[in-house]
Write a protein that binds this ligand. Structure first.
Ligand code: FES
Length: 110
């Protein structure tokens, strides 16, 4: 189960296998600037500072170029962590919109 850290806030959460970065943060009650949630608008781009992500659904080259991938840009609504990952948001701060969600964000069995 990979860990996701968001800098500079220092928020650290567990991600389920095959859970996107966006899904994991929302499951823990956090929000940030997003758009379509389907890999089409590019608003949810974040920077990966450490760790690796992969995409289990297609992402259009026009939304996330190979150069961006190579330099650590990540489409958070589609990216799945394949190791512990540290990211930083672009043009936004992480907001805790539902503190109760962290209580229910239990680990996935198995
Ligand atoms: S929210 Fe639109 S691409 Fe991620």
């Amino acid at each position: 189960m990979p860990k996701l850290t968001v800098e500079p806030e220092g928020v650290c959460i567990d991600l389920h296998d095959d859970e996107t970065i966006l899904e994991g943060l929302y499951r823990h009650g956090y929000a940030y600037r997003i758009g379509c949630r389907r890999g089409g608008c590019a608003i949810c781009k974040v920077d990966v500072l450490r760790g690796e992500v992969d995409y289990n659904r297609p992402v259009a080259e026009k939304v996330l170029t190979d150069d961006e991938r190579a330099t650590g840009t990540c489409l958070s609504c589609r990216a799945v962590a394949t190791s512990d990952v540290t990211i930083t948001l672009r043009e936004d701060n992480l907001r805790r919109v539902n503190p109760l969600m962290a209580r229910f964000a239990v680990a996935q069995p198995g």
